[in-house]
Design a protein around this ligand. Structure first.
Ligand SMILES: NC(=O)c1ccc[n+]([C@@H]2O[C@H](COP(=O)([O-])OP(=O)(O)OC[C@H]3O[C@@H](n4cnc5c(N)ncnc54)[C@H](OP(=O)(O)O)[C@@H]3O)[C@@H](O)[C@H]2O)c1
Length: 408
């Protein structure tokens, strides 16, 4: 045993002893693979255990940096709480286009495995894509909530390898059982935007199914991925929703439950909002000048809250370095929070927060018919660059999904 362990690389050792399921008996030594008899007898295609197909980037830049490879090293379980998921579908979010361009690299590198960064000399090759719906192939030894074969969904944090790939590794606590009523394509459209909206409205904003009834909620950027989810969540919890979007998205947001719709392109939004009662809550998915004037439409001194998803957090670290960037971020959020508090309102930033537990709650809302996926377009795995271009054009009406299991 001692000799065996000595021969195996550290990775191979971890892969063997931290995992249970179909791939565990495959001991990796660098890129080569020793297959056990169990492995040869199972249905999973172990011929492809060493490498897999993925879309990767080897540098930051425009869309031509996206590269298809069928030679990406197969992911391995490094910690006993991890699972390997066979990806059936993934979806894209603005962060994928931004990360392709290099956004957030300083902060994200800080969270990446320092050993891997050191041995590779950089964070590349990087796989983008945060959302996954797929099937558990392999579980770490401490994973008891899932077993191989379970259909799951998850949003993988941006410092980890992404989901535009045949397989992806996730921590068990980032994963949840997929809603039974959804196909993989439908399920892949929800985790990242759902968890972001959940973080903004529930964890940061304090809204929940018991206190939302009758509350007036204003949502900017209502027609995009986060907006279409947020409308439905607020309606499920009994809120009154005013959605701000382009005129051509008006029927979509009404169908999702919006009570009032404001077309931001047909005149001054502030003028249109003056005709409505004040709000208890604003979710800002747009940022920029909206942040300056919209908090004036909140009820003062009543606990009303403005939450924005558009923050300079990662940008500050890219521009100023990690230490100065964090300092600048702290000063900015602190001064804005105090300024708004003096006016009688709460000012907050919200971020995507990976959470299998929150996804469990979202799955219940989905299976009870209260939240529906809003999919604008589905691309096949071979069309990933086209999907990025689509996202980059903006004007999203829901989500852009990648059918990963269909390679054509
Ligand atoms: N902080 C975080 O962790 C976090 C997480 C997720 C997302 N985000 C950010 O949140 C924002 C929304 O994300 P998403 O996934 O929903 O993006 P998305 O799917 O691209 O949707 C953005 C939507 O906003 C609409 N829009 C643009 N300008 C507008 C305006 N002035 N007023 C009203 N609507 C406007 C767009 O349609 P039209 O242009 O046709 O109107 C589009 O439907 C993005 O900036 C994203 O980067 C942050």
């Amino acid at each position: 045993m001692y000799l065996k362990m000595h021969l195996l690389s550290r990775q191979a050792y971890r892969g063997l002893f931290f995992s249970q399921g179909s791939i565990a008996p495959c001991l990796r030594r660098g890129r080569s693979l020793i297959r056990s008899s169990l492995c040869r007898n199972i249905s999973f295609s172990c011929q492809r255990c060493t490498v897999m197909t993925s879309w990767i980037i080897d540098r930051y830049g425009r869309n031509d940096v996206l590269r298809f490879t069928n030679n990406m090293i197969f992911p391995i379980i490094h910690f006993p709480n991890e699972v390997i998921i066979k990806v059936h579908a993934a979806s894209l979010n603005p962060i994928d286009v931004n990360m392709r361009n290099g956004y957030g690299a300083a902060a994200l590198n800080m969270k990446r495995d320092p050993l891997k960064l050191k041995s590779a000399g950089s964070e590349f090759p990087l796989t983008l894509g945060r959302d996954v719906s797929g099937v558990i192939m392999e579980c770490g030894l401490n994973v008891s909530y899932f077993k191989p074969g379970d259909e799951v969904w998850a949003a993988i944090p941006p410092w980890k390898q992404g989901t535009i790939s045949e397989f992806v590794v996730a921590s068990g606590n980032e994963v949840s059982h997929k809603p039974k009523s959804l196909s993989h394509i439908e399920a892949a459209s929800l985790p990242y935007v759902g968890l972001t909206a959940w973080s903004a409205l529930n964890q940061i904003g304090g809204l929940n199914q018991d206190n939302c009834s009758g509350k007036r909620i204003l949502i900017f950027g209502a027609s995009g991925g986060v907006g279409t989810f947020a409308i439905q969540l607020m309606k499920a919890w009994g809120g009154h929703v005013t959605a701000v979007c382009s005129q051509d998205a008006s029927s979509l947001v009404k169908k999702l439950g919006a009570d009032d719709v404001i077309d931001y392109k047909s005149g001054d939004v502030a003028e249109q909002l003056k005709r409505l009662p004040l709000f208890d809550f604003i979710l800002d998915n747009v940022g920029g000048s909206t942040e300056k004037w919209s908090p004036d439409f909140l009820k003062k001194w009543s606990g009303a809250t403005y939450v924005t998803l558009v923050t300079p957090f990662l940008l500050n670290m890219d521009r100023l370095g990690v230490a100065d960037g964090m300092l600048q971020t702290g000063l900015t959020i602190g001064s804005k929070a105090v300024k708004h508090l003096c006016k009688g309102i709460h000012y907050r930033w919200a971020f995507f927060t990976p959470s299998g537990r929150s996804l469990d709650e979202i799955a219940e809302l989905v299976d009870s018919g209260k939240i529906h996926p809003v999919i604008e377009q589905v691309f096949s795995f071979s069309e990933v660059p086209k999907a990025f271009l689509k996202l980059e054009e903006g004007r999203a009406r829901g989500k852009t999904v990648i059918n990963v299991i269909n390679k054509i």
